[in-house]
Write a protein that binds this ligand. Structure first.
Ligand code: ATP
Ligand code: MG
Length: 257
């Protein structure tokens, strides 16, 4: 079981779109996949076609140890993968967890009980470096960082890289950056191409080969509760996420469990 956190503390950079589409694309390739929504916004939950307002159990109860993964997970109606959903309840988790021991390890411990259930676990982190994101980073073997190729993207990246280094040093020796995924890419923009080249220079093979273009079909899909890769499989954005899933499968092939 390979566990990946999809993280970037910057808002609106494509974390949720990446998590949902990668999960659906992996499932389409026969990988047993679990998506974990760690964001109180519940966007990944909704994007998978699950109504966040009608949940009886969610990742919130799991973090507080009042529900197990087996109880709280649901199957995505369209995508053939499992979802541990989230809703507004999760906004209170930060405070509820404050007094508890090993609060950053709640998710990791819950997943440890299910390590034979899945090939891939993808964790959609909220746009912050909060206790929720920390639970994601402590659970994961690696981080996938979606980013837009614009000037300020590089600035924000160093905060995230430093946080990942600290978590690696103090809390999770397994954690590493798997890669930077260029998303919402505009090939015609000179700046995008410059930033993209800079990324390759600085991060080398930590930059994924796949580039996800800006594509309106990916943005439309969530309102139908269907992952973009299933909503319009032929669209450029969907094709990119299918290629990204293949790239991920290839990357983990040579890893030890
Ligand atoms: P937040 O930080 O709020 O959780 P996020 O990082 O999860 O945001 P998304 O919700 O995935 O970002 O994307 C932000 C917006 O950009 C959404 O409206 C989404 O539909 C759109 N979007 C994401 N990727 C693409 C793309 N490749 N092409 C066009 N639109 C996209
Ligand atoms: Mg999101």
């Amino acid at each position: 079981m390979h566990i990946f956190a999809i993280a970037n503390q910057k808002g609106g950079v494509g974390k949720t779109t990446t998590t949902v589409n990668l999960a659906a694309a992996l499932a389409a390739q026969g990988q047993r996949t679990l998506l974990i929504d760690l964001d109180p916004q519940g966007n990944a939950t909704m994007g998978c076609g699950i109504d966040k307002r009608s949940l009886t159990l969610s990742v919130y109860q799991l973090l507080l140890e009042s529900a197990t993964l087996a109880q709280a997970r649901v199957t995505s109606p369209s995508g053939k993968f499992d979802v541990l959903p989230a809703n507004r309840d999760l906004a209170g988790a930060e405070v509820d967890l404050v007094a508890l021991e090993h609060r950053e390890l709640r998710l990791k411990n819950a997943l440890a009980l299910h390590k034979d259930d899945y090939d891939f676990v993808l964790i959609d982190c909220p746009p912050s470096l909060s206790m929720l994101t920390l639970n994601g980073l402590c659970s994961a073997h690696g981080v996938i960082i979606p980013m837009q190729c614009e000037y300020y993207a590089l600035e924000g990246l160093s905060d995230l890289v430093n946080t990942i280094k600290k978590v690696h040093a103090n809390l999770n020796r397994e954690l590493k950056i798997i890669g930077l995924l260029r998303v919402m890419f505009d090939t015609r923009s000179t700046l995008s191409n410059q930033v993209s080249a800079q990324l390759e220079q600085h991060f080398g093979d930590k930059v994924f080969k796949t580039i996800v273009p800006r594509n309106v079909r990916l943005a439309e899909a969530p309102s139908y509760g269907v992952p973009g890769v299933l909503f319009d499989k032929g669209a450029k954005g969907a094709q990119a996420y299918l290629a990204f899933a293949a790239e991920m499968v290839e990357r983990v092939k040579n890893w030890k469990e």
